[in-house]
Design a protein around this ligand. Sequence first.
Ligand SMILES: [Zn+2]
Length: 176
Amino acid sequence: MNKYGHVLNGVLLALGLALVLGAELSLTTVEWGVRLLPPVVLGALFPDVDTAFGKHRKTLHNLPVLALFVAYPLYFDNLHFVWVGIATHYLLDVVGSKRGIALFYPYTQEYGLPIGVAVSSEYSTVVTVVISVLEVGLLAAIHVYVIDLVATTVRPEFLALLPEVVRGLLRTAGLA
Ligand SMILES: [Zn+2]
């Protein structure tokens, strides 16, 4: 996917997530939009920095990089929601192009979808919008049923479904 697609996807996702989180009492939807747009859009652009530094679709297109951006807010209370942009960039590259990404880099095998839509295709904007809408739905479901994305804690109802060992680990990590 090109920069246009990644920015469009980041903007739609940030605004959609603002609608979801705006249902919370902490901030209004508009405030959430203002809060989410920069980190999500910047995150959506970040992986392609590896076109200049490293190997494209490998160095910054992998799960260890995503894990780093998930961990950052938890440990440093910093870079919140950038991981949403990074994750959506990966998804868009996998679905919105013929080529895959090296999810387990430094293992260099690239993973993609055989049904990927070419970046240059006339359908690429439509695909980007559809993916963005589906992602908002997925994040809404995760937020409501699995993890409170505002408090970064596992929902009690979901926690009850997990084995005691996992519950203990999550409590130790401050996630429950
Ligand atoms: Zn990319």
